[in-house]
Ligand binder design. Sequence first.
Ligand code: GLP
Length: 249
Amino acid sequence: MNAPHLHTYSTPQAGSAAVAAELRAMVARQPQAVVGLPTGGTPQALYAEMVRLAREEAVDWTSLVGFNLDEYWPIDAAHPASFRTFMRQQLVEPAGCDAARFHIPSGEVQRSEIEAHLGEYQQAIRQAGGLQLQLLGIGLNGHIGFNEPGSAADSEARLVELAAVTRERARDQFGGSPVPTHGITLGIADILRAQRIIVMAFGAEKSSVVHSAIEGEVSDACPASLLRHHANVTWVLDTPAASELSLMS
Ligand code: GLP
């Protein structure tokens, strides 16, 4: 098993700015860099910083290629709580990215088409040369993407049933209408194929799961612990999220 790099910052903004600076350096070297992207509350400060860099420091993200991790299923692309809407609003439009280069699994496909759709999605990642960097958040139950507890290290892109805690957390975004029972997600194996992985976790509510993922048993009970199968993982934490680690950086 591999020990990850741990970087702890005083605020989520400081950690997010460090990740944004890495992305800026990546596109400076290679404008068409290929990055895997999460949604949720965690990456919002990162995406806001990428927008600021575009507007105030003329950083050009137009050639950046993005592949999102997951989407609810079923869901209309235009639904206000879809991850497609989230990406368009938080990053793609305000940062001046090219929407045609930003990919996200479709929550609109029929159940019988999901397997083929996700196979094509994996193929598109391979054709782009694979993910150079996978950015991740972590769920309170240790999920990454929609890989809920019980997801195996060799799991591929697939339809999954969402955990109760995941649906509960999403309730506000759905404003009273029911949260979908399922999601479609890249698997743990897809995530582990990335050349490099950065996991972001902020706030005291994540301290326990961060501890389990980094210092607990490597087990599918905490899917993020399976990242220790990868040799190049960096955790970007704020001080509260790092507070239960015995080896604080
Ligand atoms: C969501 C997403 C994950 C995300 C996680 C954490 O359900 N599918 O990709 O990392 O849950 O969410 P948050 O950042 O809001 O805590």
